[in-house]
Design a protein around this ligand. Structure first.
Ligand SMILES: C[S@@+](CC[C@H](N)C(=O)[O-])C[C@H]1O[C@@H](n2cnc3c(N)ncnc32)[C@H](O)[C@@H]1O
Length: 193
């Protein structure tokens, strides 16, 4: 199985999108609700249908960027949120993206990547963040699958990838997960070193 844009596009076309919960996840809503500065530059990589980008946009955040290499995801989003700036919809491989952000938001993107890319993900997030920038969101705390996404892992494993590039402010079991993920995810808030 080759995890590339065609693989994910097929899954959108076949409506094989079990990761898509259809609404903003409760931990991310709580996180966004305490962000006061609506000018923060926020990147949602592998954002898919991104109810999170929609939420931020409707709350007045003006510098929200949704990146995904599956065109279907961006088309779905544009049809659902027509007022979202087109220039903030980025169809690109995350690892090729250039930019500078204050926040990067993680939700079921890391677990969609081949585990061999995890260290590169940590480094890329570091490179895309401004000084003082943070990576925030959710990582599965569950072994999940070994041969296909979602790929799981543990806090200890994740620490190895992120510690070289980030100060770990929070990497704890989420208390407010959506019911199907309760007890199976970590909320992370880590700051660029
Ligand atoms: C499991 S889905 C998660 C979507 C969204 N984060 C959510 O929670 O609903 C993974 C997404 O990452 C995208 N993706 C995977 N690898 C990517 C890459 N290297 N660059 C950009 N997007 C990627 C896929 O197209 C897909 O939309």
């Amino acid at each position: 199985m080759k995890l590339n844009a065609a693989y994910w596009s097929d899954r959108y076309r076949n409506r094989d999108t079990g990761w898509d919960i259809g609404y903003i996840s409760t931990p991310l809503k709580a996180y966004f609700d305490q962000l006061a500065d609506t000018s923060l530059r926020i990147l949602l990589p592998g954002g898919g249908n991104s109810y999170e980008a929609e939420y931020l946009h409707t709350r007045g955040f003006t510098q929200v960027f949704l990146l995904d290499y599956a065109q279907e995801a961006l088309d779905n989003f544009q049809a659902r949120v027509p007022g979202f700036p087109e220039a903030h919809l980025i169809k690109e491989d995350f690892f090729h993206h250039r930019g500078t952000y204050d926040r990067i938001i993680e939700q079921t993107f890391f677990c969609a990547l081949a585990p061999s890319l995890r260290s590169a993900y940590a480094k890329k997030c570091h490179d895309l963040l401004a000084r003082g920038g943070k990576l925030a969101g959710l990582l599965f705390d569950d072994p999940l699958n070994a041969d296909r996404p979602p790929f799981g892992g543990t806090r200890e494993e994740y620490m190895e990838y992120f510690r070289p590039y980030f100060d770990i402010q929070q990497m704890e079991k989420a208390y407010n997960s959506i019911p199907p993920r309760a007890g199976r995810e970590l909320f992370i808030k880590i700051e660029k070193k």
